[in-house]
Write a protein that binds this ligand. Structure first.
Ligand code: GCO
Ligand code: MN
Ligand code: MN
Length: 389
């Protein structure tokens, strides 16, 4: 039965072709779902209330396709997107599947591989422009090592930086509005990836020639693989004005990248993420980078998995409105210091420094008083569990 949690295009939910299109294969097993065309994925996404469809170049165009065939494929897909009433909020380039990228792409030791990676990315940027995608994600799946014996990380990072600078100049030369969003992951498929967390990415961006063109695409599963809190990574990205895109999904602790349905694990972290995005007025795509369990068929993929991601977001968003608006919650959070933290510290001046040093601030602090985080957290948990509405 449809209800207020069923998605509409106004919610700006998007899925990658590679997510709902995933056929259930894994390193140990063959596909469990039959092949499906991008056009059918697009139509089915529209049916369940999604707003956008994202893609890698190779989700649509086979590697090495001739120009004519490529143009035909792109036209057919554009028509399908248009007739489904969807948009393409993000595209990306696959720099990890082909054997040529076995030792990296932008950070490959072999300069010819690095040039090939740039050429493939420039072609993918042209595709982004044709599909009117405003954001281009770069996820460095092969940018890393298993053994550091023959790699100085400083050199690899320098090559990485040069690639980004090159690509920013390319986008400027084409007078495109496109912005880049860098996606961190600690490992998988390489043993160690360069720039393994969103925090690493944020610093890296500050070294670029055009930092204003580059932001981040944090993924929930990837921060969890590193044992980190996703909403804190998202918070730092928002604080830096760099949340250009987001990959929502779920992950059970530090293990292989599970890419589960949003809300399938760690509901508290999912809630804190949604509350933060909604409070911050995040305007970008709410993108799900996840895949249905291998055990499922395509009916489950749309009716339970895709719809589930979107419904879970909306259910959590409605709870976040209570969390940020209901007097009982506001009072509990105030008691735990939420308002105190919003009071700024005065900027440095000689007088201010003297004043601060002259007073005995510690004397006024009741060190015996608890900070009431237990109560704020318990209330939040009751809200998530549905006991406090
Ligand atoms: C993964 C990554 C990818 C990227 C995608 C877009 O773990 O495999 O999250 O799904 O998000 O390649 O760049
Ligand atoms: Mn992932
Ligand atoms: Mn991702």
């Amino acid at each position: 039965m449809p209800d207020q949690f069923d998605p509409t295009p106004d919610d700006r939910f998007s899925f990658g072709l590679w997510t709902v299109g995933h056929r259930g294969h894994d390193p140990f097993g063959a596909p469990t779902r039959p092949p499906i065309e991008p056009e059918e994925i697009t139509a089915r996404l529209a049916e369940v209330g999604a707003w956008g469809v994202a893609l890698h170049d190779e989700d649509l165009i086979p590697y090495g396709a001739e120009r004519q065939e490529r143009d035909r494929i792109v036209k057919r897909f554009r028509d399908a997107v248009r007739s489904a009433g969807l948009v393409v909020p993000m595209t990306t380039v696959n720099l990890f599947t082909q054997p040529v990228f076995r030792d990296g792409a932008f950070t490959a030791a072999d300069p010819a591989v690095r040039r090939h990676a740039l050429a493939k990315t420039m072609a993918a940027i042209e595709l982004a422009a044709e599909l009117e995608a405003p954001v281009f994600v770069l996820w460095g799946g092969r940018e890393g090592i298993e053994s550091g014996a023959a790699r100085d990380p400083r050199l690899a990072l320098e090559r990485y930086r040069e690639a980004l600078d090159f690509l920013c100049e390319f986008v400027r030369s084409q007078q495109l509005e496109l912005r880049f969003a860098l996606e961190a992951k600690p490992n998988e498929p390489r043993g160690h990836l360069y720039l393994p967390t969103t925090g690493h990415m944020l610093h890296f961006i500050s070294t670029l020639a055009h930092p204003e063109m580059v932001g981040v695409n944090p993924e929930m599963a990837h921060e969890a693989m590193a044992g980190l809190s996703f909403h804190q990574a998202v918070g730092q990205a928002l604080w830096a004005g760099k949340l250009f895109h987001i990959d929502l999904n779920a992950q059970y602790g530090p293990r292989y990248d599970q890419d589960f349905r949003f809300g399938a694990e760690d509901l508290k972290e999912a809630f804190l993420t949604v509350a933060l995005l909604e409070r911050a007025g995040y305007q970008g795509a709410r993108h799900f980078d996840c895949r249905a369990y291998r055990s499922e068929d395509d009916a489950d993929v749309y009716a339970s998995f895709a719809l589930g991601c979107m419904r879970n977001y909306k259910i959590l968003a409605s709870k976040a409105r209570v969390f940020d608006g209901d007097p009982e919650f506001l009072e509990a959070r105030r008691e735990a210091g939420a308002e105190q933290l919003s009071e700024p510290t005065p900027p440095y001046s000689q007088q201010e420094a003297d004043r601060i040093r002259a007073a005995d601030h510690a004397a006024g602090i009741d060190v015996g008083r608890g900070r009431r985080h237990e109560r704020a957290d318990q209330l939040m948990v009751e809200l998530i569990l549905g006991a406090a509405e």
